[in-house]
Structures are given as structure tokens and as C-alpha cells.
Design a binder for this molecule. Structure first.
Ligand SMILES: CC(C)(COP(=O)(O)OP(=O)(O)OC[C@H]1O[C@@H](n2cnc3c(N)ncnc32)[C@H](O)[C@@H]1OP(=O)(O)O)[C@@H](O)C(=O)NCCC(=O)NCCS
Length: 308
């Protein structure tokens, strides 16, 4: 048995393992139908050193992805081939995540998991992660009419290098105001490098007041024909609502049929705004944090993310 860092050459094996493990846990007969079309390729662009796997006889039997967003980090998905469940393989990989967070100087670590699974909660509690608030995984239908409305956002992919740098700095500043040291630069850059979606920015009085990292298309984390909002942040409720509208416009413009986005329900106003904007709940999970505080999972925070 060998546990080591994974790279892009392992992608096929990782994705097959993810589908087999989750299909078994959820009870889906055909693993290939789980999150069909979604890819983890860009995770290697976001954090080239954030994936680890365990091999037995050269076969990948367990894997984990770790992500650092500045001062905040999370791991997931974590998967073990069903015939090895209960053998301690997940715990070896969680220790790898611990090392990753330490190296990246992540001060707040978290994860998303099944809120109704004693096994999952007990496993993560052993490493100091405690169940906090519910995270709602939501989706909205994208109307073709959304594309006809005039776009009031700036697309990162259409900017020159100098302008991209200033928008990256603006996103960093906005996130820093939400949670000190929170930094989504790696996600924004990865999306542009891999060409698997776009990041949009909205402005007010000449300043950036919101941005959204939208995955879509082949090779992205979005399922087939959908747009997946990996992260979005706005300074207040009005701008958050505006940002959602702009995301729907982009989703329609690029031909997707549904938009998926997760939100921590402790971000009460953000959650309510999404419900009011046509989002419906698809699934519920729980955010677990290794901290005595709630990080940026609190009222008054206008952020979308789900840490899967
Ligand atoms: C969740 C998953 C990764 C766990 O992997 P695993 O290799 O079986 O986990 P481990 O054997 O390392 O650890 C499980 C621990 O939880 C404990 N546990 C299991 N059920 C428990 C329960 N009901 N109450 C308390 N502890 C429990 C086990 O006893 C074990 O601890 P121990 O070694 O001290 O006895 C694996 O089941 C999986 O791939 N599931 C499908 C995909 C998934 O759900 N991924 C996680 C998404 S967040």
C-alpha cells in the first residue's frame, strides 16, 4: 500500500473512483450517472499539490482533494473504494489534508458532508471538525430570456492582462472584507487558464461590489449542460441579487439550462435572496469546521460556495 500525491495523469482513475464511491453511498445503480459530465481537472490548476491517493497493487483505492482559498481551506471529495471501507484509508488521507493546510498556512479548515450520516460526522469529528450549519445545494432554471437582457457585468476572459490583474486585486479585497485572508485568485485564474467558464464582476460607483466564478462546458465542474457557481461574493443584499441576475444572464448566453449553487444557510439573507430569485433546494448537507467560530458562515455574509 502506498499513499502519494496525485497529478493530472490520474484524473480518469480519480473520477471513476469518485463515481463508484458516491453511487454506492447514495444508492445509485449506475455510477456513471453520478454528477454526469462534471470533471475535477481544474482542481490540479487550483492546487497542483492538493490531491493525494492510496494505491494497492498499483490500483487507486482512495483519494482526496484539498483546496486553499488563502486563510480558508477545505477538503473534498474524499473517496474510498467500497470494498476497503472501514479499513482506515480515509483517515490516512485526512492526515494528508492536515499537512496541506499547515503548509499553506490555512487558519480555518472545513468540509461539506452528508448531514444524516453518523459515520461521516464521527469520522471528521476525530480530526477536530464539528458539524455547524446546513448547506443548501440549490438550482435555478435558466430562461432563454435571461440572455436578451443587457449584460451589466464584466467578463474576466475578455479583459487584457493588466485589467485582469486589477480585477483579481478587487476580488481579493472584497473577500478580505468578508473573512480576513480569504482569497479566490486561484479559482479565478484556473477558470481562465482551463477555459471552463468565466468569472464575472459587477461594479457600483467605479468599484467592484461582487464577483462570481461560473463553471460551464466540457472539463468544468458543472454537470452536462449546466452552470455551476463555484463561488460568488457580493458586498450587500442588493448587489448579491444583482449578481445572481448577471449569473443567470451569462448562463443563458452560454447555452446552459440550469444553474447550480450551494449556500450555507447561516448566511441567512443570501439564502433567502436565492430562494426569492427562483432557486430551489436540491439537497442538504452540513458544513463542518475546525474552529470555535463560524468563519464566514454567518448572517450578513453574501457568499455562495459549498466546499464539495
Ligand atoms: C466516507 C468514506 C470516505 C470513509 O472511508 P473509510 O475508509 O471507510 O473510513 P475509515 O475506515 O478511515 O474511518 C471510518 C471511521 O469512522 C468510524 N465510524 C463509522 N461509523 C461510525 C458511527 N456510526 N459512529 C461512530 N464512528 C463510526 C469507524 O469506526 C472508523 O473509525 P475507527 O478506525 O476509529 O474505528 C467512505 O465511506 C466513502 O468513500 N464513502 C462514499 C463517498 C463519501 O461519502 N465521501 C465523503 C463525502 S464527505
Amino acid at each position: 500500500m502506498e499513499t502519494k500525491a496525485l497529478n493530472l495523469s490520474h484524473l480518469g482513475e480519480i473520477e471513476a473512483l469518485v463515481r463508484i464511491a458516491f453511487a454506492k453511498h447514495i444508492g445509485i445503480p449506475d455510477p456513471s450517472s453520478f454528477e454526469s459530465g462534471a470533471s475535477f481537472a481544474s482542481r490540479f490548476e487550483v492546487a497542483a499539490d492538493g490531491a493525494f491517493g492510496t494505491f494497492i497493487d498499483d490500483k487507486l483505492v482512495a483519494a482526496i482533494f484539498c483546496t486553499g482559498w488563502g486563510s480558508f481551506g477545505f477538503f473534498g471529495p474524499l473517496v474510498v473504494l467500497p470494498e476497503y471501507w472501514g479499513s482506515g484509508l480515509a483517515q490516512t488521507l485526512i492526515q494528508k489534508a492536515d499537512q496541506f493546510f499547515e503548509e499553506k498556512q490555512v487558519e480555518l479548515a472545513g468540509l461539506y458532508t452528508f448531514s444524516n450520516s453518523p459515520k461521516h460526522l464521527a469520522l471528521y469529528q476525530k480530526f477536530g471538525y464539528w458539524p455547524k450549519q446546513l448547506t443548501a445545494l440549490m438550482s435555478a432554471v435558466v430562461s432563454t430570456q435571461d440572455a436578451t437582457a443587457e449584460r451589466q457585468s464584466t467578463r474576466f476572459s475578455l479583459l487584457d492582462t493588466e485589467a485582469q490583474s486589477s480585477y483579481l486585486a478587487a476580488a481579493k479585497q472584497l473577500c478580505n472584507g468578508i473573512y480576513k485572508g480569504l482569497d479566490l485568485s486561484s479559482e479565478i485564474k484556473a477558470l481562465a487558464t482551463c477555459k471552463i467558464g468565466d468569472t464575472i464582476f459587477i461594479e457600483k460607483d467605479g468599484g467592484t461590489v461582487g464577483f462570481a466564478v461560473c463553471h460551464y462546458g466540457h472539463g468544468s465542474e458543472a454537470t452536462s449542460n449546466n452552470c455551476y457557481l463555484k463561488f460568488a461574493a457580493a458586498c450587500d443584499q442588493e448587489q448579491f441579487s444583482r449578481l445572481l441576475t448577471e449569473c443567470l444572464k451569462l448562463s443563458s448566453e452560454v447555452g446552459t439550462t440550469h444553474m447550480f449553487a450551494g449556500v450555507n444557510t447561516a448566511r441567512h439573507e443570501a439564502y433567502k435572496t436565492m430562494l426569492g430569485s427562483g432557486f430551489k433546494m436540491q439537497a442538504i448537507g452540513v458544513a463542518m469546521l475546525r474552529a470555535q467560530h463560524d468563519g464566514f458562515n454567518r448572517p450578513g455574509v453574501f457568499v455562495i460556495d459549498d466546499w464539495r
